[in-house]
Design a protein around this ligand. Sequence first.
Ligand SMILES: [Fe+2]
Ligand SMILES: [Fe+2]
Length: 315
Amino acid sequence: MKFIPIRLKVIKPSEKRGFDIYTMEDTKPILLLGKNSPLDEDSPILEYNSNFIAFIPDNQLKEFKNFISNNVDDILNDPSMSQQNKMYAIYVSMINNLEELVNTRNLSLCSKVTKDVSRFIAHTINDTTAISILLSFIRNDAYNLALHMFNVGVYASMLTKKLHPELSNKKLEEIAKGYFLHDIGMLKIDKKILLKKGKYTEEEFKEIKKHPEYGVEILRRDLKIFSPIIEKIILEHHERKDGSGYPFGKTEINEFARICSMADIFDAITSKRDYKEELPKTTFEALKENKDFFIKEFGRDKYEAFIKCFYIPKK
Ligand SMILES: [Fe+2]
Ligand SMILES: [Fe+2]
């Protein structure tokens, strides 16, 4: 059995859990609390410090993620909870809801994702420490559509905050929803194409290129979200300044679609993809090695602001 590390402190007393909690002694798993045992107020496991890492069996990971998604508001509103654990809860909840949306293609789950975006804006985006904690959870050793939508959502929101500090939280929240849902149109693409390993054929790529238009269709028809700014982000995030992009080959592109596009390209460079042989680039390598491209395509202002997003403040 494989074990997955979790942050123990996000599990509060007297709550039902669908997962067992283990600790590791050397490499040997020791059961701390079985899933059928209640977590009492006086349980010794509550004495562990706030950063204690426990383990759960990987076949119970879904139950753990659902548990966090269901309890995320309690965790965020608990004054005794550390900021690390709060950001971890936001991260786990959002990845869980995005994965469920992508895997089931049940569009009603978008409302859970947009709720997570509201929490992210309320608890993270205005706090540089919170944002650097959240960034530390991002993994680039795996790639799937849900992780990609999450990463792009975080990067693009950070960049928007840096470039447009005048935006109200309400406006930023609306724009961020566009970022986290930017590839929602991919859910209309045949799974065989979407999950294909290796390069696309010309026909397949033609279909993939329709995802911005499919996305707007989903937004209006299925989600009943009518937001010109979100539509622009979804529709124009693959357009390029020189007109070589898709779906329209536009040269005048919306500012927030540009920001989304930059985050999208950055995530593609820094994530492991099946069709790429080389290892994913680190943040530093990706920004340094692609400096000329980023400046030419997006301008020096956006490039420099993007670098600043990864500056970690000293405590
Ligand atoms: Fe896209
Ligand atoms: Fe994308």
